[in-house]
Design a protein around this ligand. Sequence first.
Ligand code: SAM
Ligand code: DTB
Ligand code: SF4
Length: 334
Amino acid sequence: MNYNSLTTHETQNDSISITGKSEDSTYWSVADIEALLDAPFNDLIYRAQCVHRQHHDANGVQLSTLISVKTGGCPEDCGYCPQAARYHTSVENQDMLSLDDVVSAAAAAKAKGASRFCMGAAWRGPKQRDIEKMTEMVRAVKSLGMETCATLGLLKPGQAEQLGEAGLDYYNHNLDTAPEYYEEIITTRQYQDRLNTLQEVRNAGINVCCGGIVGMGETRQSRAGLIAQLANLNPYPESVPINHLVQVEGTPLYGTAALDPLEFVRTIAAARITMPKAMVRLSAGRQEMSEAIQALCFLAGANSIFYGDKLLTTGNPETDHDRALLDKLGLHAL
Ligand code: SAM
Ligand code: DTB
Ligand code: SF4
């Protein structure tokens, strides 16, 4: 199918659909997604917006607040990450936060309007004693009436069940990039390890939050490859964070050539079209992004953001600033 000439046609029930691969199809080839990314920008965004409106509140944005419950000193070698022990960045190691600290941060996030609270840890994966502390945190945050999410690295059999029993709603574990580019970025764990963890999460009945990073020097074909991997997960993730690389001094990817911001917008649109019901999160990198590009991301189907002045270790727009942006665009928090 040639997406370079996307046209619209009226369907029997008069709603607008667009010729091309059906959004309900379960399989997307890399070539299908490359064709989307290669399409004229207006055609791509229009199609993404149509898909978005079929499945979501057109002007709603979900707000998730992040907290790093254990910072730095990580044994892995992810080339983008300021928390890897082997890179010399300005991140200071911090032991696990106390339950009280986490609950206060969650309550403050809720008071500012966040509906989900995501707890991240700089681990290859949690040990059993870590899972015990995490389940306490999940229970406490859940009891505040917030959705809970955790991102703790690779999970061993049985760990996802324990998190699920404590009330974990989502587990974030990213594929990060396309399989063929992965070894350029991370060598201490394999793509298949990540897929195995995602399967553990699915088997435990926890919603999957899985996405990746763009702007790591990958080709457009590799961006298509990432989206294909995500879209072909069966079922595809409920939540899809699309991060723009935050370049941190001391990491191997610091100094990577800047990506054209419109490529980022195209990637968001491809995620929306191929995973119509997912929440697509405009994730890391917003602080470095203009309001105009963020607005285009919302137009392309992003309907979730990280909300709060910090991601895990790097900055994110101030909440007042984000509120003003949402107001300016007539967007409301979900
Ligand atoms: N240690 C766990 C793991 O890697 O699975 C959980 C935390 S890790 C920081 C979560 C995700 O943050 C990574 O998979 C990556 O997608 C994202 N991330 C980390 N550093 C980033 C950066 N500098 N820019 C954009 N995204 C980043
Ligand atoms: C995700 O996809 N992005 C978030 C969250 N999941 C855990 C993390 C972004 C981290 C950006 C770099 C930092 O702040 O350390
Ligand atoms: Fe460790 Fe996660 Fe950072 Fe990789 S992304 S170095 S696993 S904290």
